[in-house]
Ligand binder design. Structure first.
Ligand code: ADP
Ligand code: MG
Length: 698
């Protein structure tokens, strides 16, 4: 039990953070470290040796025996290989040692991590390099050092390296723009606060469902009489067992320095959300990985399983991740704060215009950055933003830009107040963005919220894209304004030019409406409906050129990433298809047949007594026809899986999986769910949707 007044002491207690460093490093070493971080330069070995030694002493005091380079390969999750601190002495004993070299660089065997064809298997060596901007921390008595991961030849094999590069790119470009406005700052940081959605289900029930165990989502399951229709779960009272989980989770995350802030129930039954306070993007990305990992392990302690899949249950809201993103200077100035009078805030207008241009020009990359088999179930399904990328600005900012485009002076009411009551409660300033929930890329007061991410995603990918595309647009605007003689006039001209050219991307209406799909097509916006359709866009000439220009990925790296993502898509569908077949033959068919047999027996017995067995015969007939339909669909699915597996080209293979495997899966599920709905409860081989979703009662 933690007393509440201990939280500040608890916070960051397992992190080698500023405080620990200041306490334990000689002042000169600490300063050299800070400078290296600020300038993005490597540490020299002497300094690294001193830091490593202090880190080791700190870790040993906290009970560590091992250290690991903690990295994020392209599997989307984290990887670690534990090494002990022991080093033999001449006397046949051991001492605990940790050198600067071991801190800065590691050499894990990389042969089993996806490289998309970049690395030949004979060259299995990979390198990990310390990211000194993300603090080392302790997990399971192991000192974890956040690192970037690359191959022997320098090819990028992870999500961290390009993220750091994209942060440097946007910093440079933003500093250039700020200089135009007379602001000299050494660095601009992109900041992110990712809101994480998840489901909790009872562990014993989970274990009975092969689909949840193997694939993280249900592949079968008839609808419950009650889903989320009553809207009573969102922000509803949190159940005791879940509260216990949330409390433990907060504590563990706080120890790791994760700023877990808000925990609440989400729309669907058994669905919840955690939002942290925002931090620098690389730290937010590391912390989000830790958050997901700890959600899973702490759930188990409470007899629960945490589902991070984007769509664990058909017909019920899925889970996403809202990526709140902004830019701030080293001094803490939020560059997306419009102030009270955005029309007069030239600097804000320039940053806003750059983002509009970037999002319009690189709709495809943003869409690709959120493409996955799991997320295909959400995007465009009226529960998450559509697959079409657009920007929500709200009425006021749109009016400001419209005025500028017409060459008019905006003189609208800059701030409106919502009056809550006459005296006791003070008036609330109305957010100048009135909370449009259906927009994929929404301006929400002083930041943009990219809402298309799936709940399982590493946030690295989408933020690499946002940072890089905005960096390019900022370089463009800097180029236009750097030699300006009349900054005000030139800014308005530039904003007018950009807004006029890119206003098609702005949409303040309802993104779930069918009319928007038609309207978006008229505007020429992309609507990439599924993963196999979206992914190839990543390797277009335009996008390869962008990544090369900002040294994020080489052309080969971009292409390899597309292949990894395509392969991932087909692998996921392959596993899902195979799991369906196994469940059908091992569980569903025997259960339905058993019930049918019993119905037939009853019918025969009734008949022998002269009772007309109408219901039993009818039910048995209907179940038989579903059994046939299931069986036929299963043959189709098996054939589709076999045929599609043979395709060599990753793109053609992913398309074939979508067309053949996915459609056969849908057909099989329809028949099986109809059968399940008619089958007696005691015959069912696994817990139903109702039991899973409403099963955690206490
Ligand atoms: P909502 O559910 O209304 O979208 P939340 O409070 O749940 O809002 O989440 C908002 C998220 O935005 C939080 O993680 C918060 O820290 C983050 N955020 C706030 N300001 C910034 C900023 N300047 N940069 C990045 N993220 C931010
Ligand atoms: Mg949100």
């Amino acid at each position: 039990m933690t007393m509440t007044n201990e939280v500040p002491k608890l916070f960051g207690s397992l992190v080698f953070n500023e405080t620990a460093m200041k306490d334990r490093l000689p002042i000169a070493t600490y300063k050299a470290y800070k400078l290296a971080v600020l300038e993005g330069k490597p540490l020299d070995l002497e300094i690294a040796n001193i830091i490593a030694n202090a880190m080791k002493d700190w870790a040993l005091e906290h009970g560590c025996t091992h250290f690991t380079h903690w990295f994020q390969p392209m599997t989307g999750i984290t990887a670690e290989k534990h090494e002990s601190f022991i080093a033999p002495t001449a006397e046949g004993r051991v001492i605990m040692s940790f050198s600067g070299k071991e801190l800065i660089q590691g050499e894990p065997d990389a042969s089993s991590f996806p490289s998309g064809g970049l690395r030949a298997t004979f060259e299995a060596r990979g390198y990990t390099a310390w990211d000194p901007t993300s603090y080392a921390f302790i997990k399971d008595n192991c000192l974890c050092i956040p690192t970037a991961f690359c191959s022997y030849t320098g090819d990028v094999l992870d999500k961290k390296t390009p993220l750091l590069r994209s942060m440097n790119a946007i910093s440079k470009a933003a500093c250039r723009v700020l200089k135009v406005f007379g602001i000299d700052t050494i660095r601009v940081n992109s900041t992110v606060g990712p809101e994480q959605e998840y489901f909790l289900v009872d562990k014993e029930m989970w274990a009975k469902r092969k689909d949840l165990v193997y694939t993280g989502r249900t592949l079968f399951g008839a609808k419950t009489p009650r889903g989320q229709e009553l809207d009573d779960h969102y922000f509803g009272i949190i159940k005791q067992r879940v509260l216990g989980f949330m409390k433990d989770l907060d504590e563990e995350l706080w120890k790791l320095g994760v700023l877990a802030k808000t925990e609440h129930n989400e729309v669907a039954p058994a669905q919840h959300e955690l939002a942290p306070i925002y931090s620098f993007t690389n730290v937010a990305s590391d912390h989000n990985q830790l958050t997901m990992e700890f959600m899973k392990r702490i759930a188990l302690k409470h007899g629960l399983v945490c589902l991070l899949h984007e769509k664990p249950f058909a017909g019920v809201n899925g889970s996403g991740k809202h990526n709140n993103w902004s830019l701030s200077t080293e001094e803490g100035l939020n560059l997306l704060d419009p102030s009270k009078t955005p029309y007069k805030n030239l600097r804000f207008l320039v940053f806003l215009a750059a983002i509009i241009k970037a999002v319009d020009e690189y709709q495809d990359l943003l869409r690709v950055s959120v493409a996955s088999a799991g997320n295909d179930h959400r995007l465009g399904a009226n529960e998450a933003p559509p697959a079409i990328v657009s920007i929500f600005l709200g009425d006021e900012l749109t009016a400001v830009l419209e005025a500028i485009a017409k060459g008019e002076v905006y003189d609208g009411n800059p701030q409106t107040y919502i009056k809550v009551s006459d005296d006791t409660i003070p008036a609330l300033v109305k957010d100048n963005t009135d909370r449009n929930r259906t927009s994929p890329f929404a301006f929400t007061g002083n930041k943009f919220e990219f809402r298309m991410l799936g709940s399982m995603f590493s946030i690295a990918g989408p933020n690499i894209v946002i940072n890089t595309i905005v960096a390019e647009a900022l370089d463009y605007v800097a180029g236009k304004l750097e030699d300006s003689a009349d900054l005000e006039a030139d800014v308005y001209d530039l904003v007018k030019e950009i807004y006029t050219e890119h206003k098609r991307i702005i949409f303040n209406g309802n993104g779930y409406a069918d009319e928007w799909v038609v309207e978006a097509e008229k505007r020429g916006l992309l609507n990439l409906k599924n993963t196999p359709e979206a992914l190839p866009y990543m390797a277009s000439d335009k996008n390869i050129a962008l990544f090369e220009k900002y040294r994020i990925f080489t052309a080969a790296e971009t292409k390899s990433r597309v292949n990894i993502l395509l392969e991932n898509y087909t692998t996921v569908l392959g596993i899902e298809g195979a799991t369906m077949l196994e469940m059908l033959h091992k569980d569903i068919l025997p259960a339905v047949s058993c019930y049918t047999k019993d119905l037939i027996r009853i019918a025969m017995e009734k008949k022998s007594l002269g009772i007309e067995p109408g219901a039993e015969v009818d039910l048995a007939k209907r179940l038989s026809s579903y059994t046939d339909a299931m069986y036929k669909a299963s043959l189709k699915l098996a054939a589709a899986l076999e045929e599609c597996e043979k395709i060599e080209c990753p793109k053609a293979k992913a398309e074939a999986f979508f067309e053949k495997v996915f459609s056969a899966m849908t057909e099989l599920r329809e028949a099986a769910d109809s059968a399940e709905a008619l089958t007696g409860g005691k015959y069912l081989p696994y817990p139903t949707y109702g039991e899973l979703l409403f099963g955690v009662n206490e």
